[in-house]
Design a binder for this molecule. Structure first.
Ligand code: ATP
Length: 367
């Protein structure tokens, strides 16, 4: 991890009139890491990115890069480069000249800047198209040019705002691999704003989940997925059911919870909660079995309201009489061996290891 490209964000807020776009955020992004910021539209992720880039000034708080306070530093003086969503290429300039443009503005000699631009185009695998105009490229290729143009300034930190959103699914998956490869090769910090969960999980060393200007959780993809901090994170990242209930009894860290669905659940990792307390926990959708008899503990019964074939698994949605559907990901061979139809009543069961007690109290996401 490189100290020079470590980012420290301390107590940063951004107010637009009465709107708190970013609300007193603390965050450390390790140097040389890949960070993905994710959250629903309007949660403040672009505003936070733009404050790191210097395109917006924080209303309060401090942003440091490599130990240097850059809160009020000019865009060009903080070692960051921002790649825009609409690639913003100059239509009348060749790829080489597009990529070399910022070096030309800085007064670098023509030979030297063109050599650097060509090297950068090689890096993004467009060396063979260096003399073309942007209009002669595909969307994916234009995006690589935009990437090369951002990287030619040798930034410590590359900021990417929804970089893959304009691409079709096939290109998006290819560019995902490319971005990760580039970040590994260059060893600089990448901060990538997205609203696509699989993208964040696949790319990031650290996923930052935001909601209403706040950071709900910042952790590795595995930690976020297996140990979501709150019901909001569990629902937003997907792959989990959230069950509400009331603690019946406790024994050390273990507890028995009576779910709102009328079933009993044994949970671990609950501390500081007394009998009677309202709690929420998650159950991994891919760790649930369909069984013949109702489970005495860690299970529930519901009516199938939808089935969806997803290739490697079948997604079953159950109505359990509560507000939320209960989702099961059943391996496709299990489903084909014993197909389950809409309208059927099924018993679900899972191991305690598939559950996770949700500490955070924010329950704002109605997903
Ligand atoms: P999206 O995914 O839709 O781009 P986001 O999470 O990036 O959303 P931001 O663009 O950071 O969200 O916006 C956060 C909040 O701040 C929103 O309520 C938005 O309307 C508001 N906001 C952003 N920029 C401005 C501005 N220049 N003036 C006034 N309000 C703004």
């Amino acid at each position: 991890m490189s100290e020079a490209s470590r980012i420290d964000i301390r107590g940063v807020s951004k107010l637009y009139g009465p709107v708190k776009a970013v609300n007193n955020v603390d965050l450390v992004i390790e140097g040389g890491s890949y960070c993905c910021m994710i959250g629903p539209s309007g949660c403040g992720k672009t505003t936070l990115l733009r404050m790191i880039a210097g395109h917006e000034e924080p209303s309060s708080g401090v942003i440091s890069i490599g130990g240097q306070d850059v809160t009020h530093a000019r865009t060009g003086n903080r070692g960051t480069a921002l790649m825009f969503q609409n690639y913003a290429l100059f239509p009348h300039l060749s790829l080489t000249d597009n990529v070399a443009f910022s070096l030309r503005v800085k007064g670098e000699a023509s030979d030297s800047r063109r050599a650097k631009a060509r090297e950068m185009l090689e890096r993004v695998q467009l060396g063979h198209l260096a003399d073309r105009l942007p209009s002669e490229l595909s969307g994916g290729q234009q995006q690589r040019v935009a990437l090369a143009r951002a990287l030619i300034t040798n930034p410590k930190v590359l900021l990417l705002d929804e970089p893959l959103s304009a691409l079709d699914e096939f290109l998006r998956l290819r560019m995902r691999v490319e971005l990760k490869r580039l970040q590994n090769e260059l060893g600089i910090t990448f901060i990538h704003v997205t609203h696509t969960q699989p993208e964040a999980i696949a790319l990031a060393d650290q996923v930052v989940v935001m909601d209403h200007g706040l950071i709900e959780q910042a952790a590795s993809p595995r930690e976020i997925y297996n140990h979501p901090h709150s019901p909001y994170v569990a629902r937003f990242m997907g792959g989990q059911n959230v069950i509400s209930g009331r603690v019946e009894s406790t024994s050390g860290e273990a507890a028995v919870v009576l779910g709102a669905d009328g079933h009993r659940h044994a949970l671990n990792g609950i501390s500081g909660q007394k009998p009677g307390a309202e709690v929420k926990f998650s159950v991994r959708r891919d760790r649930i079995q369909v069984v013949d008899q109702p489970a005495a503990m860690n299970g529930l019964t519901g009516k199938v309201i939808n089935t969806e074939y997803q290739g490697t698994f079948v997604k079953l949605a159950l109505d359990t009489g509560t507000r939320e559907e209960f989702i099961i990901y059943l391996p496709d061979e299990a489903w084909f061996a014993r197909p389950i139809e809409v309208g059927q009543t099924v018993h679900a069961a899972w191991d305690m290891a598939a559950t996770h007690y949700l500490r955070g109290s924010n329950n704002s996401a109605g997903m």
